[in-house]
Design a protein around this ligand. Sequence first.
Ligand code: FES
Length: 141
Amino acid sequence: MAEPVVDAQPLCASSELAERGLAFVFDVVLWRAPARAFALRFDGQVVCYLNRCAHVPTEMDWQAGHFLDMDKRWILCSIHGAAYEPADGRCVGGPCGNGRLMRIDTFERDGTVYWYPSRDIQPVAFDDAGPAAGTAPESPP
Ligand code: FES
């Protein structure tokens, strides 16, 4: 039985995503297993992807939140140097071939960034300790 698609999830304040700055990294559930995702601002738009390289399914940032190359033009995998187009996650060089990053849809409203869970990528469930990092308990207004 398919997982239900839940409402958009608050992610962070819009002001936390500076143009081509540090990404906001957060926990998600991919196909019922823990995974991480990230959002960053590129050319004014928030882009958000699963933190998983198309070459080998591993996290890509060379330090937490650092995904862009030195020129802040490409998303770069720290493992073998695959380069991705930030706007659409398409591989543009390196061993990622014809692959692309798994996109997570987002929107901004009233100074807050939200992300949309999908059939494949879900928010981390709440437990007795409260919400997991990068999630919040309320849906957008
Ligand atoms: S794991 Fe990303 S380029 Fe190889």
